[in-house]
Ligand binder design. Structure first.
Ligand code: HEM
Ligand code: FES
Length: 443
């Protein structure tokens, strides 16, 4: 038997199964533990720090050894999905929320030297910052700025981007630091910009309506090769991105003001996207500082077709604004429609609800890392078969989830949102119910 102490929540659980990994033990005990790739040793989100009892864990697997080497981990950091406890251990989960996952990409960026990588850069600036500051009390202003940064940061993080810097009233996001195709990185950046636009509209309409203040933003996006690394004084190295495409993105953002546009993209971004992706408004010709030719900038009004990721990302915080209520109502409806299912749930439903909403949030954050998401969903499907979940239950759960989403969204529910969640739940079901390798599938 092994006692596992989760130091962060000061909670101890027992494990009697030598074939359970630390991640299995967390899930069996309903302790939220991120595991984007579903325990396949690929995503590193299940990482833990071993506080005591290191000797009681199985040695690193080859997969974990490679990861630890690449990311320069000390021996106390382990992948929970790759280690089996043989005796008592105290551990600390290191990644608490999906939003933190992108920071992990920085571990693969070299120290003390710069590498050239192709990235999309997004500059977002708050309009009329000085006027808004002078018209509001410092206390109110601090609250509003915090909300501003949060709602604008989320779309960057949900689209596999990194918040590179906050400079005064400006946020800089970069996309593609750890690779990915040019098309994907540019698509992610444009989706993030549209997500920011949605987020600001909502912030103004709901949270800020009593402050008599409306935020407006200008966003410029560019793509190109940049130097990227941890640079600076040996005692104070910091993540740095340098290069002309970065300066250009900043200048494009500057042009949004004179053009009175919210989002402008460069030709390099537009060229990277398949035709008929973006709804383009005005085309602006401009000689940018330092260039001896005219550049074309394109105003982005939206995506031409429903973009599943954007719709899901933009509705997540509203759907889960009261996670407990959402989960409670959801399970109530499932049990009314399929009373037999109740017996499959062994433990306290509040804890189960937390795992469900944690997972739904995680799925939306993982949409821009589909390789890990698919692995994670297949593993989830495999555990559901073990729980006794039959394929015919999935349509019931989907129907109830759709109803619950509609209920939470209220007047903000749209046809596009319905189409996107329908598509997403079909995809989730497909992955969860088809987890067996082809040759093993029972005909
Ligand atoms: C949209 C698809 C679904 C998602 C995202 C989902 C998510 C989850 C999560 C995150 C857990 C926690 C344990 C784990 O991570 O393995 C879980 C457990 C469970 N789910 Fe689901 N689930 C889905 C569909 C279903 C369906 C269709 C059923 C059947 C009615 C079901 C029944 C259960 C049961 C019985 C457990 C285990 C409860 C226990 O151990 O007490 N789930 N689910
Ligand atoms: S590496 Fe452990 S869950 Fe992905």
């Amino acid at each position: 038997m092994a006692n596992i102490l989760y130091t962060g929540i000061n909670h101890c659980v027992e494990s009697f199964d030598p074939d359970s990994t630390l991640l299995d033990i967390s899930l069996e005990n309903k302790i939220p533990h991120l595991h984007e790739c579903g325990g396949n040793g690929r995503c590193t989100t299940c990482r833990i720090r071993v506080i005591e009892g290191h000797q009681n864990l199985s040695p690193r697997t080859a997969l974990e050894r490679d990861t630890a080497h690449l990311r320069k981990w000390d021996p106390s950091i382990r992948l929970a999905c790759q280690c089996y406890p043989k005796g008592d251990v105290s551990i600390q989960r290191l990644v608490w929320a999906s939003a933190e996952v992108n920071k992990l990409q920085l571990e693969t960026i070299p120290e003390g030297e710069a590498e050239v990588r192709s990235i999309a850069t997004l500059f977002c600036d708050m309009r009329d910052f000085t006027r808004i500051t002078s018209q509001n009390l410092p206390y109110d202003m601090a609250h509003m700025i915090n909300r501003f940064y949060t709602v604008l940061g989320d779309p960057i993080l949900m689209n596999n981007g990194i918040i590179y810097q906050y400079v005064g009233d400006e946020i800089i996001g970069i996309f593609g630091t750890s690779g990915g195709s040019r098309e994907k990185n540019c698509h992610d950046a444009v989706r993030a910009a549209l997500g920011m636009q949605y987020a600001i509209e909502r912030l103004n309409a709901f949270e800020l309506k009593d402050f008599d203040t409306k935020f407006r933003v200008g966003i410029g996006i560019n793509f190109g090769k940049a130097f990227i690394g941890h640079l600076g004084h040996p005692k104070h190295r910091q993540f740095t991105v340098l290069g002309d495409p970065i300066n250009m993105a900043s200048r494009i953002q500057g042009c949004t003001k004179e053009a009175d546009a919210t989002i402008l993209i460069s030709q390099s971004i537009l060229k990277s996207l398949p035709e008929e992706t973006v709804d383009i408004g005005r085309v602006i010709r401009k000689q940018m500082a330092g260039k001896d030719f005219e550049s074309e900038l394109y105003e982005v009004k939206g995506f031409l077709k429903t973009d599943m990721n954007l719709e899901l990302q933009s509705s997540l915080d509203l759907i889960l604004k009261n996670e407990e209520r959402f989960a409670e109502r959801f399970y109530e409806k499932v049990f009314t429609r399929a009373p037999g299912v109740r017996a499959l749930f062994k433990s306290d439903m509040a804890a189960q609800g937390r795992l469900l909403t944690h997972m739904l949030g995680g799925i939306v954050y993982s949409l821009s890392r589909p390789e890990f998401l698919v692995m994670g969903l297949k593993s989830l499907g495999k555990s559901h078969e073990r729980y006794g979940v039959r394929p015919e239950y999935y349509p019931i759960v989907k129907e109830v989830l759709m109803e619950s989403i509609k209920e939470e969204m209220g007047a903000l529910y749209t046809d596009r949102l319905e189409e996107a969640w329908n598509q997403a739940l079909d995809f989730i079901t497909e992955q969860m119910t088809n987890w067996k390798p082809r040759e093993m599938a029972v005909v």
